[in-house]
Design a protein around this ligand. Structure first.
Ligand SMILES: Nc1ncnc2c1ncn2[C@@H]1O[C@H](COP(=O)(O)OP(=O)(O)OP(=O)(O)O)[C@@H](O)[C@H]1O
Length: 272
């Protein structure tokens, strides 16, 4: 069964149609990358998956059931610019979600519960390569480190679905390569289903197993809000069509296969 299914989903704000008639099936463990012109509704799509927005029409199903109309622990999210709590250390920021969940009023844990949450948070910081910076405050972290922190925080609740909205868009190319290696490693280790918006087509092909192109094909100059964007291309890259995948990767100068081999190659400073 598909983990996520969208059936004839429309999203509209007043008389502005943003997305129209989106139909999509995504299986557990896919890495879906999303590209499209600015303002065509990519973030709106992600926010519907997160549960921050509801479809105006149509159905959005998770394991065959309507998706809860509010963000839940099964979905984690990372935005381009992450706003961390400036008065908390990296460790404190990663622990915060657990503390708020288990102690909603005080936002603090004590004794064994606190020790457990701390150990889990340290493990997560280690997984994203931030263990040495556990006691640093956000102002002391670079942009890449802040995004690592954001990923650690999103993964703390052990979500099944990770939503990434241009998570590496503000980072320098060298740092982006490290982040690509990190996200591929985490994805391969956890089996997460990932949706990631990017403005970088190459990044979309490189990281994803499937690339969605959002585009608005119908325009009415008299009524700019009359039509919304749809998924105009749904390109299987990776497992579903290995031959096409290799061909596409070759065309943009990437090694033939993704996965641990590629991660290793990138760590060695080879091509992206
Ligand atoms: N809460 C809202 N109320 C009204 N209009 C909204 C709301 N959220 C988004 N929109 C509109 O929906 C359209 C799509 O916005 P969205 O942010 O989803 O696009 P995007 O493809 O992610 O753009 P970008 O690539 O520039 O981030 C825009 O015209 C935006 O103004």
């Amino acid at each position: 069964m598909s983990a996520i299914r969208l059936k004839h989903v429309w999203k509209q704000y007043d008389d502005q149609v943003v997305l129209e008639n989106i139909n999509l099936d995504v299986k557990e463990g896919e890495f879906v990358t999303i590209v499209g012109a600015s303002g065509c509704g990519k973030t709106t799509f992600l926010r519907m998956l997160l549960g921050e927005e509801s479809p105006s029409r149509g159905e959005l199903l998770l394991d065959g059931e309507p998706l809860a109309a509010e963000p839940g622990p099964d979905r984690g999210v990372v935005f381009q610019r992450y706003s961390v709590m400036p008065h908390l250390t990296a460790l404190g920021n990663v622990m915060l979600g657990t503390e708020l969940e288990r102690s909603p009023l005080l936002g603090k844990l004590f004794g064994k519960a606190r020790r457990q949450a701390r150990a889990q948070a340290l493990e997560m910081l280690d997984a994203v390569g931030l263990a040495p910076a556990a006691n640093k405050y956000p102002a002391e972290l670079s942009g890449g480190m802040q995004q690592r922190l954001a990923i650690a925080q999103a993964l703390m609740k052990k979500p099944r679905i990770l939503l990434l909205d241009e998570p590496f868009g503000a980072l320098d190319p060298g740092i982006r390569k490290d982040m690509h290696a990190l996200i591929l490693t985490l994805w391969e280790r956890t089996g997460l289903t990932i949706f990631m918006i990017t403005h970088d087509l190459k990044e979309g092909f490189y990281l994803g197993t499937r690339l969605l192109v959002f585009d608005k094909v119908r325009h009415d100059p008299q009524a700019p809000g009359a039509y919304g964007a749809n998924i105009t291309y749904d390109i299987p890259i990776g497992q579903t069509d290995p031959r096409l995948y290799r061909e596409i990767r070759n065309n943009i100068g990437l090694p033939p296969e993704p996965g641990p081999q590629t991660v290793q190659a990138k760590n060695e400073g080879d091509k992206p």
